[in-house]
Design a protein around this ligand. Structure first.
Ligand SMILES: [Zn+2]
Ligand SMILES: [Zn+2]
Length: 1021
């Protein structure tokens, strides 16, 4: 006996029970042991930032990772299952600053770097535990407890090795340039962090009058949207070829920007070059010492402003480059926190974000303000703290990309990207990538191992051992390769023997994640060290081994990595960069990317908008399987609209599968049917052995499912897995079970066995997506009745695909099409499905002769004919976009003949008209029904039903209604499928007794009588 299934699954309870079961039976361990000798499938996990609990966004990626690892495990592949955590960088630091109420780097330093580091580590430890808990609940199988942490000393040392290689190749340099800078975080921001962080902002724009020194009463009018940069002005740029004019009041602007104003003198920009002027803030700052002059610049735009551009090389990237070319001085007005330096008069100590109005007022008082307004423009903000960025000159460490660019592009071409366009996005990024700014003036990050000496020699340390050998004192106090401890270590310059210090900067966080294909796999490591990756800050958090180089050779490159599309310029990029540098090849063979998650109405999810969904809420309300289905049903090229609404829809779909299983359990138990494990993967289940046509079809349909889902998994397209499964469940439930009801009723063993095989094999194909439901049904349908069954669906391997009988599948698909159209015609004619009809004619569905009885029975029609539907008038028009060019000047004649009905329809479905043969795609055919018929047509098939109903048909219709009603009453009364009843029909239904035997058989009645009143009644016989 199968154990009973409830009418509806309770997702949360069912999933908790399965988690317990997996845990208790150590199913995952058993699976890994089973596959340990198998072929390798190398999946490398992109580290999740450990500063939060599991969210529904992260659960999406984790689901895809789990789905493909489970699929590969079912196919017998040996895998690593190592999860990773990203543990350093601004994400972590800014969170800790907020928690501690610290608002600047100064406050962090006052708080103490050692305590600060401890707080950061605490966040990682807390978050890692939370993320693991959430991922386990999601059903993700990973080797929890052997996770990698990017803040381990091992990871740091591997990045040091990489940096040393870049240094040896001459790619590493200290740049002195203007870069985007976050004044709150006090650090520069690199190009890949900038993309996507532009927002619309309102800012003041000002026109400023700069008096000319050698032209009395005349002034240049410059224009800027960043008034805070005016105190750093050193020059004004004009376009050499543009015309400039003097207004009546002596102001010079570009003629083109004058809006039709009168000029009393006009000159070419080139003539203005060299004019000297008084700077806007010469009185209060270093600007007073600058010889301000006009320079020529081809980049000056005539699209906005006055056509004269304010140049402050200390506050802008283009200004800086122009300044270098023109030999202009560089004034840097603000410090790391965006505060004016002390030598800027009344501005000293003020923030750039706070001085806009004061600067405008000051200019107005001094009669230097020519105009002001507010403009809206795109402006970058800090990706982490959303502070508007400024430009600042800073000395940052860069890796030059010129030598590696083409090798990276070539390596990228060897990668299979899903969806393919993401590979082109990566190529675009590589074509345009600027030198990699790797230094950040922060605290909790990879310490850059750079020791520059005043003699000019730069030492780049490649390992801890080397640091120990070169240090001027023992490394006793160095508990982690991290600030503040490492700041105390000094080394000896190998060139001049002076004692030198490390630079204080830490590394870009994407170095941490990019090195993972090397640091976790033991690249260049001589001896494997069990538990060897749990060092530095990761000590006590993980038992991850440090493997040896042979291991790396086995597992590198990854067969699959998968993350969101934005990782193209982040993790996918940084690991490609590091891998091409170290090995010349890509670190992954296949990349599965996916787009963004929005709420179910297409809006971004925000906590403050009330539309964010926590993973915990989603687990409780829809269950992990439904979430996973939602993620997997998503084409990766489109944004996912995630929510409880779509979740409900999926629950409804899964209920169809559940109901089919429930049906099997009930009828199999009633019939005393017990399946045998050998039936799965046996020749019978693989097609051919069945006597009954419907059984043969169901098995062929199953074979198609296995083939289609296998292909979809291999292509990494879960959306196609679910499409195939949806279609299969629909066919099984709405055709196979429907059409076989009488056989189930009679306990037909072949039908029960076929349904059992289809359900069990079908759920195996979906097990990677909905592991809980699949496991529960495997336990119910297989383990409970087959003593030799594998203890888990995940220990059962992948189902074999039998032979899909294409001819039979095509026939039944056509039958279902005819049935569907027959139903539609009924609906159009408003005739109930239970009302028998006399005749149906189907056209355009040849070869269905063997199935006429099936169609008649399903649609309750006395007679089904295949052939010309005479119930219609044909209206045919040319399909001009298709046929217009081919017919050319004959179009009017053809159109006229078709309209006049002057054409011949051929057996082939083509039309002969005005000397042309038009194919099915070349004409638009409409069939208009005649009186007394209802028709429906689709994809070349037309079905017509005779809508006339005589008394005999009407009576039969009432019999169907009655038996249907009685059977629901049986159910409501709690009767078993096999219970017999006595039945009383309402007095007005006395004429139905003519069909007494039929009614009795359909309702398992031992007696059918007419009552004296209008009540219908039944009792157990
Ligand atoms: Zn910031
Ligand atoms: Zn030196």
């Amino acid at each position: 006996m199968f154990p009973a299934l409830p009418d509806k699954p309770s997702n949360d309870a069912l999933e908790q029970a399965i988690l317990d079961f997996w845990d208790r039976m150590r199913i995952f361990d058993q699976l890994r042991a089973k596959n340990s000798g198998g072929p390798r499938f190398s999946f490398i996990d992109g580290p999740v930032t450990a500063n939060k609990t599991l969210g529904v966004h992260t659960a999406w990626g984790r689901t895809l990772k789990d789905v493909f690892q489970r699929y590969k495990a079912l196919r017998g592949f040996h895998q690593r299952y190592q999860n990773g955590f990203d543990c350093q960088g601004l994400w972590i630091e800014v969170g800790v600053e907020r928690e501690l109420g610290l608002n600047s780097k100064k406050e962090i330093e006052e708080y103490g770097l050692e305590k600060f580091a401890q707080k950061c580590r605490d966040v990682v430890e807390w978050s890692a535990a939370e993320l693991i808990k959430g991922s386990v609940r999601l059903g993700q199988w990973m080797d929890w407890g052997r996770d990698y942490y990017t803040f381990s000393d091992t990871n740091i040392e591997y990045i040091w090795q990489f940096l040393r290689v870049t240094s040896e190749r001459g790619w590493l340099y200290l740049g002195h340039r203007a870069t985007e800078w976050c004044p709150r975080c006090g650090t520069s921001i690199s190009a890949h962090e900038l993309a996507g962080s532009y927002t619309d902002r309102d800012d003041p724009s000002v026109s400023v009058r700069l008096p000319l020194l050698d032209r009395d009463g005349e002034a240049l009018v410059i224009w800027t949207t960043t008034p805070w940069t005016l105190p750093a002005n050193v020059a004004a740029a004009v376009h050499p070829e543009a015309k400039y004019g003097r207004l009546a009041n002596g102001d010079w602007i570009a003629v083109e920007r004058g809006g039709g104003a009168e000029f009393d003198q006009v000159a070419a920009g080139a003539d203005l070059v060299g004019w000297r002027y008084r700077g806007p803030f010469d009185e209060i700052g270093p600007g007073g010492g600058v010889d301000h002059r006009v320079v020529g610049w081809d980049e000056v735009s005539m699209a906005e402003g006055t056509g004269i551009v304010h140049i402050a090389p200390g506050c802008g990237a283009e200004d800086f480059e122009l300044g270098k070319a023109e030999g202009l001085p560089v004034l840097v007005p603000v410090d790391e926190s965006g505060l004016y330096y002390g030598d800027f008069g009344w501005l000293a100590g003020l923030a750039t974000s706070a001085v806009g109005d004061a600067i405008i007022d000051d200019l107005r008082e001094r009669s230097l303000l020519a105009g002001t307004e507010t403009i809206t423009h795109r402006y970058p903000e800090c990706w982490r703290c959303h502070t508007p960025l400024i430009f600042r000159i800073s000395d940052d460490w860069f890796i030059s990309v010129e030598e590696i660019r083409e090798s990276m592009r070539a390596a990228n071409r060897s990668v299979e990207w899903v969806p393919a366009y993401m590979g082109s996005r990566m190529d675009d990024w590589l074509v345009n990538m600027a030198d990699w700014n790797i230094s950040r003036r922060r605290y909790y990050g990879l310490p850059l191992p750079f020791y520059p000496c005043s003699c000019g020699h730069l030492t780049v340390i490649g390992s801890r051992a080397e640091l120990a050998a070169r240090a001027t004192a023992p490394l006793d106090g160095l508990q982690e390769l991290r600030r503040p401890w490492i700041d105390a270590v000094k080394i000896r310059c190998e060139s001049c023997d002076r004692e030198v210090e490390r630079i204080p900067e830490v590394g870009d966080v994407w170095l941490d994640a990019g090195i993972v294909p090397f640091s976790t796999l033991g690249w260049h490591n001589e001896h494997a060290v069990p538990g060897g990756s749990g060092n530095g800050a990761a000590a006590g958090l993980t038992k991850a081994d440090l493997p040896d180089h042979a291991y790396w050779q086995e597992w590198f490159p990854a067969d699959l990595v998968s993350e969101m599309r934005e990782q193209i310029r982040l993790w996918f990029y940084s690991q490609l960069f590091m891998s091409v540098t170290l090995t010349g090849q890509a670190p992954y063979r296949t990349v599965l990317g996916y787009e963004k998650m929005l709420d179910e109405h297409g809006r971004e999810m925000h906590g403050s908008w009330g539309n964010a969904i926590s993973a915990e809420e989603a687990f409780a309300r829809m269950g992990a399987d439904v979430m996973r289905w939602q993620y997997c049903a998503q084409p990766p090229s489109q944004n996912l609209l995630f929510g409880f609404g779509p979740g409900k829809e999926i629950q409804r779909k899964l209920l169809t599968l559940w109901n089919s299983a429930l049906f099997l359990v009930n009828y199999a138990n009633a019939a005393g049917f017990t399946p045998s494990l050998d039936d799965l993967d046996s020749p019978d289940s693989l097609g051919g052995g069945q006597q009954h046509l419907l059984d043969r079809w169901a098995i062929a349909r199953l074979a198609r499912l296995v083939t289609d889902t296998t292909e979809a998994y291999e292509q990494h397209l879960t959306v196609n897995v679910l499409r195939a499964f949806d279609g299969f469940v629909d066919d099984l439930s709405n055709w196979y079970i429907r059409r076989s009801r009488r056989r189930f009723w009679n306990g037909d063993e072949a039908a029960l066995r076929t349904l059992w095989i289809c359900l069990v094999q079908g759920l195996r194909t979906i097990a990677p997506v909905t592991p809980f439901l699949a496991e529960h049904l495997w336990q119910t349908l297989v383990v409970s009745v087959c003593p030799d069954a594998p203890a888990s669906v995940f220990l059962a391997g992948w189902p074999s695909a039998g032979l899909a009988d294409d001819g039979l599948l095509g026939d039944i698909a056509a039958v279902r099409k005819v049935v569907e159209l027959g139903r539609r015609a009924r609906v159009a004619a408003r005739i109930r499905l239970r009302q028998p009809l006399s005749l149906l004619v189907a056209e355009g569905a040849p070869g269905l002769e063997p199935y006429l009885g099936e169609i008649a029975d399903e649609l309750r029609v006395k007679e089904v004919r295949l052939g010309r539907v005479e119930a219609t008038q044909l209206s045919v028009r040319p399909n001009l976009p298709v046929v217009g060019r081919r017919l050319g000047p004959d179009v009017p004649a053809v159109r006229k003949a078709l309209a006049a009905g002057d054409f011949r329809e051929l057996e082939t479905g083509e039309f002969e008209v005005a000397g042309h043969i038009l194919g099915p795609g070349e004409v638009l055919v409409e069939r208009l029904e005649k009186d007394g018929w209802a028709i429906a047509a689709d994809e070349g098939v037309t079905v017509a039903i005779d809508t006339a109903l005589d008394d005999a048909l009407l009576t039969e219709g009432r019999v169907y209604e009655t038996t249907h009603l009685v059977n629901s009453m049986r159910k409501d009364a709690g009767l078993a499928l096999t219970d017999r009843i006595s039945l009383w029909l309402p007095a007005s239904d006395a004429d139905l007794l003519a069909h007494r035997d039929w009614i009795a058989a359909e309702t398992l009645a031992t007696s059918v009588q007419v009552a004296e009143d209008e009540q219908i009644r039944l009792t157990r016989a």
